[in-house]
Design a protein around this ligand. Structure first.
Ligand code: COA
Length: 163
């Protein structure tokens, strides 16, 4: 059987333990997972693409079934095609994610019916997390234990607590 390659795209500004949980569980279903830092044109990010990639590499680098990459100025579906990926993985946290994800999955399917989106329910103890919320907690000195890998928390603190 051909290698099952999947893409897990997102802003990852920053990567949280909720994302890591989706990555680990996806590896039970696919042979290779490409974690792809993408640009959501409606979002302003705190970390540069390089900083986001470096953090993902640090956390995931030792697993040769995962690779970390980025793409900008192109559609996710075109990127997935260029990587021979047949599946896009997305996590669903709450009902409120559904409408947005539904729209994206349908748009992507219209663009290329050969590529499917697979949704995974985010583990319940991570379902309240978002990168925005975490940045707010770090900015004002709160603890992100059980939300962020310590290496990510360190970089984020340095960035957000400068002043
Ligand atoms: N645990 C914790 N948080 C999670 C999570 C999980 N398992 N899964 C998602 N989240 C959070 C993220 O932290 C993020 O929080 P934020 O909004 O506060 O930053 C939020 O859920 C959703 O972000 P993300 O999953 O990163 O998606 P996105 O909406 O930022 O980006 C892209 C979506 C990048 C996949 C989409 O914009 C894209 O495909 N862009 C490329 C261009 C394109 O093809 N556009 C057409 C699409 S049809």
């Amino acid at each position: 059987m051909a290698n099952r390659i999947a893409i897990y795209p997102g802003s990852f500004d920053p990567v949280t333990l909720g994302h890591v949980n989706i990555i680990e569980r996806s590896l039970n279903m696919f042979d290779h997972l490409i974690v792809a830092v993408a640009v959501n044109s409606s979002k302003q990010t705190v970390l540069s693409v390089k900083e986001r990639l470096d953090l993902l590499e640090q956390i995931l680098g030792s697993n040769n079934r995962v690779s970390v990459d980025s793409f900008t100025d192109r559609l996710l579906i075109d990127y997935a095609k260029s990587k021979n990926a047949a599946v896009i993985v997305r996590g669903l946290r709450t009902v409120s994610d559904y409408e947005y994800e539904f729209q994206m999955a349908h748009a992507n399917r219209k663009l290329d019916p050969q590529i499917d989106t697979v949704f995974m329910m985010t583990e319940s103890h991570y379902s309240h997390l978002s990168s925005t919320l975490i940045k707010e907690i770090v900015r004002y000195g709160g603890s992100c234990e059980e939300m962020l890998d310590p290496s990510v928390e360190k970089v984020l603190k340095a960035k957000l607590q400068k002043s």
